[in-house]
Design a protein around this ligand. Structure first.
Ligand SMILES: [Zn+2]
Length: 146
């Protein structure tokens, strides 16, 4: 009777082991992919523009025309002005006028921001991959019971 029980327990254990064997890539391959992802992330972190020279927004070029008293505008030329438009969501925007001599600088700062943002997004995407469970680490909820 006891022997019978023992045998059925062995059978149950064998069946449990079998059902716990997941169908997936070998751990070494997953480890390799993880390693490659970490390398990619490290490389991206190295390219982050670490600078305070950052600006968010769009630089717009506009032509301002005076209604009267300006010979230039009377000739139809107008004045070229630059405006940095920054949106804060919900349709709220701020406009900052930019002097001509600072336009190149402003463009560079805007470019820094875009590069930083793109790189951060790429790092976040890689981190999504890294968040996937590591098969080398046993799942706390699926411990094998002996
Ligand atoms: Zn004018």
């Amino acid at each position: 009777m006891l022997g019978q029980n023992r045998r059925s327990c062995d059978f149950l254990q064998a069946w449990t082991d079998l059902s716990l064997t997941p169908v997936r890539a070998p751990d070494s391959l997953i480890g390799m992919i993880r390693e490659r992802t970490l390398q990619k992330r490290k490389k991206l972190v190295g390219t982050l523009p670490i600078t305070g020279e950052l600006l968010r927004g769009t630089l717009l070029e506009r032509v301002v025309r005076h209604k009267s008293g300006c010979p230039k505008c009377a000739r139809g030329e107008g004045h070229q002005v630059y405006v940095l438009t920054v949106s804060y969501g919900r349709g709220q925007t701020q406009q900052i006028s930019v002097r001509r001599e600072r336009v190149a600088e402003v463009r560079r700062w805007l470019d820094n921001y875009q590069k930083l943002k793109e790189t951060i997004e790429q790092i976040c995407e890689l981190n999504h991959d890294l968040l996937r469970p590591d098969p080398a680490v046993p799942h706390p909820g699926r411990k094998r019971r002996d």
